[in-house]
Design a protein around this ligand. Sequence first.
Ligand code: FAD
Length: 365
Amino acid sequence: SNELAALIGAEIADRAAEWDLAGAIPPDVLRGLGSKGALCAEVPAEYGGHGLTGRANGELTAHAGALCSSLRSVMTSQGMAAWTIQRFGTRRQRSAELPRLTSGSLAAVAFSEPQAGSDLSAITTTIADDGDEVVLNGHKVWSTAAVYADVVVVFGRYQDGAAAVVVPTDTPGVTVKPVAQPLGCRAAGHADVVLDGVRLPASRVLSGTSQSLGLLTTIALTYGRLSVAWGCVGIIRGCLRAAASHARRREQFGKPLAEHQLVARHLSELLVAEQTATRVCEHASDRWDSASPELSGEAVLAKHVAAGHAAHAAATAVQVLASAGSVDGEPVARAYRDAKLMQIIEGSDEICQLILAERALEGVA
Ligand code: FAD
């Protein structure tokens, strides 16, 4: 995983600000990283992946997240698509789809719809059987990386339950409409995906049978939540580095900012955020690696804690840099916008709190 981290670092180099301002990552960068399996490094070796543990993949995700949250978001989508295929696909589907995702083909995941944001039980996209084919109709919104994607894993209603289908974006009836000027992660390629009578072989329905919608989305989102949580660790690490180095160099009132106690307190808060978010992510990833039944709850906790700390850390880092951090293109300014979105996606703060409150009530009369 050190080699993958070096590869990601070399590709991003000093270009994250440029990509953010342009609202796009050059596709050859994504294909290059994708072709080396770096965008979904947990995929097992038998499918052409690196087979990283959850913890190692988490550290790799944090490494990317410290440099460029847009690229990290693309990794989250690619990894979530791969995990959904690995978890729900038949052996034949895994063997057909996963080697593509480790050799340069790019993927997105589409749950959300105009009327189904936090409440995914309201999704209306349909997957209808028609002989050897299925026909998809629906409207998905805010699918991260869909602008770049060769396939979108689409979640919809199927038979008496739900299913996920691997939809090539060049299939007739698929329209990808980029989200204009998002607040943050501006180069992550968010898009609406409209499915208008999209016909595909029924063999593209993962597992071939209908599933519980709640189970399907929870399992896919658990990967996404862990990945976002580690991405937040990266945001915090980037903010800590930027704030500490500025506070050492910049002098006011005859001494470095770091020697003013109120600024030192900001630095201590950034360190506490980095340590706390790292520990909670390590804990959840260890649950992932041991396939613990507590995993989905731990992933919600990790995502909630890490996103909250990232949003606070980014605001703190902007405060320490002050005017020097108040310009588009500055890493802390970008982190400030990116971190806010982490409190919204993959289960907003409020949805995480509702899930955690259920846990708080467990076992209480
Ligand atoms: P709403 O559900 O309308 O919620 C609005 C507010 O009300 C929020 O604060 C919410 O927490 C609160 N709220 C809602 N219900 C309750 C409740 N019961 N109790 C308390 N508070 C509540 N979707 C995908 O499918 N694939 C992607 O790749 C993807 N990437 C995204 C990337 C970004 C940057 C963003 C911003 C969104 C992305 N989304 C994606 C969509 C994302 O999952 C939704 O935005 C998210 O689930 C929230 O839904 P919503 O925006 O419709 O807000």
